[in-house]
Design a protein around this ligand. Structure first.
Ligand SMILES: Nc1ncnc2c1ncn2[C@@H]1O[C@H](COP(=O)(O)OP(=O)(O)O)[C@@H](O)[C@H]1O
Ligand SMILES: Cc1ncc(C[n+]2csc(CCOP(=O)(O)OP(=O)(O)O)c2C)c(N)n1
Ligand SMILES: [Mg+2]
Length: 309
């Protein structure tokens, strides 16, 4: 079944009557683009992370949470092959949170800001009057690189489907300490023509479905080619983990088959790239299982609107 989140964001997209000459990219991609005149533009994304949903403060440190909040947004900048510019960070604090814990959070934010050259330029502090969980929201700006921002809607039948890094088992470790693929995305866009790209936050099955739906195509994956992470291999069903766990924060992209051949020859970055399947005409996703059997692939990743009541 289609994720409920996608139903409502598609509805938001339908409702929005924005002028494409002012906002060339609106609802539906990892970032929206705002024209500033004279061919200049800025891209923007916002993401809220909640204690209990995106991290668990009984086990994660505030420094890890600050880092994660920043790199999740940096991953959106990478998803469109854009250059991060700056971040503003808003927090909602439980009563009695205090300055010293805010400084721990800041240490994680500052670590990511420094590492990815994306300074914190503002924010907001609010506190709950009653007992409520901690929340942190990052809004981030980026700018175009030499390439146009890579969108979700450009995949074409016959394209190769590729990912960076490896997938699955993120909850064991990676989701608090990953490296957003900013450098890799810019290198990719410099080396080849990318038809579609996004980052994998909700899970390969759910996020590939977004590219397919927005591009009006289907996809066939080859399970044996999916790079399964070492952490996913410790779980009961490593392939299911790679397909559905989410928070891999790897790049998922499609490009013409000859471009893919060229990319595989030219790619010299330490982060590996794998071709995991092909874009097909029509709609829907299939996966060739390791035993050769073809199975339907339905979006089985994270859906905030499909949580138990
Ligand atoms: N509350 C909202 N109001 C308007 N647009 C929204 C809202 N929530 C999400 N969106 C938009 O819906 C699109 C799809 O969201 P999603 O797939 O979750 O993106 P991401 O994984 O990059 O956060 C994005 O363009 C996002 O900006
Ligand atoms: C305590 C806890 N439970 C569950 C998860 C797993 N998880 C939480 S949100 C999420 C999906 C990604 O988050 P979302 O807010 O949808 O990010 P976006 O797609 O908007 O970038 C996943 C896999 C987690 N990281 N921590
Ligand atoms: Mg989401």
């Amino acid at each position: 079944m289609r994720p409920h989140e996608d139903d409502i964001t598609a509805w938001f997209h339908q409702q929005s009557r924005i002028d494409p000459s002012l906002f060339p990219i609106g609802i539906g991609d990892d970032m929206a683009e705002v024209c500033l005149g004279d061919a200049a533009s800025v891209l923007i994304t916002t993401d809220m992370l909640l204690d209990g949903s995106h991290f668990d403060l009984t086990t994660a440190t505030l420094e890890q949470v600050g880092y994660k909040a920043m790199v999740a947004s940096l991953s959106d900048c990478a998803a469109m092959a854009t250059v991060p510019l700056a971040a503003v960070v808003a927090v909602a604090l439980p009563p009695g949170f205090g300055q010293s814990r805010l400084k721990q959070l800041y240490a994680g934010i500052a670590l990511a800001a420094e590492k990815y050259d994306c300074p914190l330029i503002g924010g907001d502090i609010t506190s709950w009057r009653q007992s409520h969980p901690f929340a942190v929201n990052v809004t981030m700006l980026s700018r175009r690189a030499a390439n146009a921002p890579v969108r979700r809607n450009g995949a074409k039948a016959g394209d190769a489907v590729c990912v960076t890094g490896s997938l699955g088992g993120s909850l064991l470790r990676k989701h608090l300490a990953f490296e957003p693929r900013v450098r890799e995305a810019l290198k990719l866009a410099q080396t080849v023509t990318l038809n579609a790209m996004m980052d994998i936050s909700d899970g390969l099955s759910t996020d590939l479905n977004r590219i397919c739906e927005q591009s009006g195509v289907g996809a066939i994956l080859d399970a044996a080619s999916i790079p399964i992470s070492d952490d996913a291999r410790t779980l009961a069903d490593p392939l299911a983990a790679a397909l559905h766990d989410g928070e891999d924060f790897e790049l998922l992209f499609t490009l013409a088959s000859e471009q893919c051949t060229r990319l595989m020859q030219a790619w010299d970055d330490p982060t590996p790239i794998s071709q995991i399947g092909r874009i097909a005409e029509g709609s829907g996703m299939k996966v060739r299982m390791p035993d050769g059997r073809m199975a339907e692939l339905t979006p089985g990743g994270y859906d905030h609107l499909n949580e138990p009541e």
